[in-house]
Design a binder for this molecule. Sequence first.
Ligand code: NAD
Length: 462
Amino acid sequence: MINPSRVAEIAGRIRISTSPEIDAAVDAAALAQRAWAATEVEERAERLERIAQRIETCAGELAQTLAREVGTVIPMASGELKTAATLFRLMAGHARTDLLRRQEITGEDARLQISRRPYGVVACIVPWNAPAVLAAQKVAPALAAGNAVVVKPSPFAPLTVTAMLTEAASELPDGLVQVVNGGADVGGALVEHPRIAKVSFTGGGTTAASIMRAAAARLTAVHFELGGNDPAIVLDDADPQQAANGIIASAFCRSGQICYAVKRVYVPRHRADAYRDALVAAAERLRVGDALDPRSTMGPVNNSAQLGRIRLLDERARAAGRTVLTTGTRVEPDAWDSGYFLQPALVLDAEHHDEVVSVEQFGPILPIVTYDTEQEALAMANDTVYGLGASVWSSDIDRAMHIAAGIESGVSFVNAHVQSDLALREMPFGGVKQSGMGWENSAEGLGEYLQFHSVDAHLVTR
Ligand code: NAD
């Protein structure tokens, strides 16, 4: 693994899992799962809480690894580990409240019993952009529900996940948590494995389609958390500075490499200059540099493909006649070419159908589009195959919530976006349309790893 802040530096090495190793991992997980499912819920919950403590204890070291392999600046990397730990604690709570609730209805001549059961072995396939929290979002509920997991991190960011789950495994019965490493081949082998009962995947839509095709062979259950093209709608009563600060923080957090980052901004035409100026001023304050440098507020992009893609989007927007403003400052101008660095860019006069508006750019380039009416803004916000997140910015919360209610997304924010630590707010997170299938976090997130078992028993009368 290359450190994206210093591409000449190896962040770490990992061995690619072989086919027999994948089989062995799934078999060991299947063996451990039976006893785990039969373990008292209280004991499972206590073990999850111990995992949370363990992750917290080594969060400092894991955050350094995360910064080195992903390019996430240290405060954000530390926050990610803290959230990952908290997810285990929250899921322990949900296990206690939701799993112990067994419904029984007894009548005169019949008895009905409804209980919930785990799937068995769940394959958890995660991307590179926020690997620790995205793995925890799957592993914590899957384990709480009584499943075993085989986790496949991204080949761009396997180190933190592998280290974090090694810590988790030490609090659990042997074999219950497995990690296999590699790329599409290893992920594919896992999806096709006959003992995998469910695939929980976070990543891109094209990969999800491949997984769905492979899973179809055995009708394996799937759960998808996919890409987004989140709109931020600024209403004309929003304070320019407040809205701009929040939008810029959301759009360029992790160099724009978050599924639910703000990816396009809609501002009212009659106040466009005020909002554009405020957005530029906020973006100018970003300092781009080595993720481990405390002066950096934005790190590099993760890999050379990302760098190439964003540069191309920038070039094409300029070639189409758009005004692309490069903002922010370089922390160490001399070290600029030794990392995958990009300064945050704003496309000041984007049109709704521009490429940079309609694709999930997943990087530090943000288009600003003007609108004439709120209905038009809403129509443009919804005019996409994606439906992950969205935000409305206004000084009038009722007005903003009215607009938010019309957005086709899994989650909509008002006067916030990425800065809402949604994993901890205990609301279901997921996408509609091509942004996903299924939900993470909260009791609904636990439910994704459970099936129902109903017993309808009838008394026999002689
Ligand atoms: P990706 O789809 O390329 O890879 C994700 C994972 O799938 C990796 O571990 C990869 O090795 C594996 N994989 C690739 N091909 C596979 C195959 N055929 N079978 C099984 N596994 C396979 O995504 P990425 O580039 O790592 O991440 C970026 C994408 O993830 C973006 O679209 C982003 O929006 C999305 N994402 C979504 C969420 C969410 O919660 N909705 C969160 C983070 C990222």
